[in-house]
Design a binder for this molecule. Sequence first.
Ligand code: S3P
Length: 169
Amino acid sequence: MRNIVLTGFMGTGKTETAKILSRKLGIALIDADAEIEKDQQMTITEIFQRLGEVVFRDMESSVIKRLSELNNIVLATGGGVVLRKENMDLLRKNGIIVCLTASPETILRRTGPSKNRPLLQARDPLQQIKDLFEFRMPFYEQADIIIDTDNLSPLQVAEEVIKAVRSKQ
Ligand code: S3P
């Protein structure tokens, strides 16, 4: 089976959905951010604070390069993975790209209390989400499958992903 690659903005439920998909389909789950943290022995927040976003993006690209060699996995990616074409070209080779979306208000609600998203530590997080989202929309839209998660539980999202992936095979 081709890999199932979950993309989408922060707070769209990629990690939760990936866990359910892995369980339901009986295939391994890999979380790209967790791999970066393991490699670097630092949290994502520490990497952003100490080394900056560009260094983080380079780390992300090298992890994607390694993970894109694997088969038959569910891969949860960080929200910015779509920004580099090289990442997406590699992921597409043996993967189906699924993008989860949600409204900025839902994203704020889901990410609100969390301090572990450096890009959302802004004075006006809702505006920050709207601005980033608008800029990234053309990148997210290139996915093979797009699922709006606003009114769905992670379990329902996972079921939608399975249906959509099967219809594309
Ligand atoms: C980022 C999303 C984060 C993490 C990093 C940057 C982004 O992952 O990779 O903070 O640029 O959207 P999640 O989407 O899992 O929160």
